[in-house]
Design a protein around this ligand. Structure first.
Ligand code: SAH
Length: 411
């Protein structure tokens, strides 16, 4: 096996179980005898050692600033049933906390570093698992991973692989980046799964990410608690998860807004399935800033005059995908939140989120603080929200924290 030797003192973070080795920490690469190229192959399993030769662990090699993603610490090879054991451990955690039931068969089975499997995401929708690889190493192991999923989660009959958007652009990748790894021949034209008793249509083929945003499940349940009798705006609604909970919670009206027509079609399908004949829901295809400006100015939006809202949800896409984009992202968060705070009725509630990993809690809170100050409204923080239990944060890898939210009471 290829050996990656670190510079003196660079082993400290690895000894504290941080799973990333940065390229700047590497002193020397000693290729194993089979290598023809002068560098390790992308996705190759390598052994990391300290400056004194101490074995630190094994992981996947990748070109880039994170050179190795460690899978196991203190060993120089992976145990025989590695994938099976790790996936079984992830499943056992979710079972033991009571997340999986007949009413809730939508959950994240593997959350990368949070489940000690850097580069791997697995979402479960009933009898289907959708797998995403974020590293070439995971891509190369996809068949073993699919087998381990089917062996562990007895409900799962099909495993779909969807990594065209997540694998590193520059890597030369052999094999298909999308397609069925297991089963798939019997899939219905429309696929429905359940989240907390609500039916949700999952379209992993054409949808964003793995087809659904599972990470807002607990926060949606909180919206349900506050929705009774309220006029609700679900901005950046995607498939309308928050809207379904607001309707079940007894909202007076719900407006769902997204710029994507495909998303709006899914929202309408989801509402029709769960609330047949519902007349209190309206889905609008529009840009968020245009929509909020129009409503603030009292203009008609899609033939409707809207006079403010009592409960607004703002769940935008990641405004900052990289560190360099943080400044602009914060400006974006401030602008959109100021618009929402400005238009919410007195005594209204704002659920506001950021899923940009590069924007931390404090920075996000500061952006929302600036937005509130800009409007001059009295604002209290009722809840501070975060990602749910099936998106766990490995305590040794604080970078795994990405979703944060604030629930504000606006006078
Ligand atoms: N709240 C959703 C997830 C939101 S994902 C849920 O619970 O499932 C972000 C969404 O924002 C995507 O559906 C994307 O189409 C939409 N979006 C991106 N830019 C937008 C814009 N400028 N205006 C409105 N929607 C936008």
């Amino acid at each position: 096996m290829t050996i990656i030797a670190l510079k003196p003192h660079k082993e400290e973070s690895v000894l504290r179980f941080h799973p990333w080795v940065f390229s700047g920490a590497i002193a020397r690469v000693t290729l194993d005898a089979d290598h023809r190229s002068p560098v390790p192959d992308e996705g190759e399993l390598v052994c990391v050692v300290g400056a004194n030769g101490q074995v630190l662990g094994v992981g996947h090699w990748q070109v880039g600033s994170i050179a190795v993603r460690l899978l196991a610490f203190g060993v120089d090879s992976l145990p025989e049933h590695f994938w099976q054991e790790r996936i079984a451990a992830a499943y056992a955690m979710r079972r033991s906390i009571g997340l999986i039931s007949e009413n809730n068969n939508t959950y994240r089975l593997v959350h990368g570093e949070g489940d000690r499997l850097p580069g791997l995401i697995v979402d479960i929708y009933g009898d289907t698992a959708v797998v995403q690889a974020h590293s070439v190493g995971i891509h190369l192991c996809r068949k073993d991973i699919a087998e381990a999923i089917v062996a562990t989660v007895k409900e799962v009959k099909g495993v779909y692989y969807k990594s065209d958007d997540t694998l590193p652009f520059k890597a030369s990748i052999e094999g298909e980046k999308t397609g069925w790894l297991v089963g798939g021949d019997q899939q219905p034209a429309e696929y429905w799964a359940k989240e907390n008793g609500l039916e949700v249509r999952i379209d992993w083929l054409n949808g964003q990410k793995t087809g659904f945003f599972i990470d807002q499940r607990e926060n949606r349940a909180l919206v349900e608690r506050y929705a009774r009798g309220k006029d609700v705006l679900n901005m950046f609604c995607y498939t309308g998860g928050f809207s379904l909970y607001a309707l079940r919670g007894g909202a007076r009206t719900v407006h769902s807004v997204d710029v994507s027509q495909k998303a709006i079609d899914l929202v309408n399908a989801n509402v029709a399935r769960n609330f047949p004949g519902c007349t209190t829901h309206k889905a609008v295809t529009a840009d968020a800033f245009d929509y909020l400006s129009a409503v603030t100015n009292g203009k008609s939006v899609n033939d409707q005059i809207v006079n403010g809202f009592d409960l607004i949800i703002l769940d935008p896409p990641a405004f900052a995908k990289h560190r360099d984009a943080v400044k602009n992202a914060l400006r974006g968060y401030q602008r959109i939140n100021a618009k929402a705070i400005e238009m919410i009725r007195p005594g209204g509630i704002l659920f506001t989120f950021s899923c940009s990993q590069a924007v931390d809690k404090e920075a996000f809170r500061l952006a929302v603080f600036s937005a509130a100050a800009q409007t001059g409204r009295h604002v209290r923080i009722l809840h501070q929200l975060h990602q749910p239990q099936d998106h766990p944060i490995n305590i040794y890898h604080p970078e795994g924290e990405y979703l944060k939210g604030l629930v504000l009471y606006v006078e």
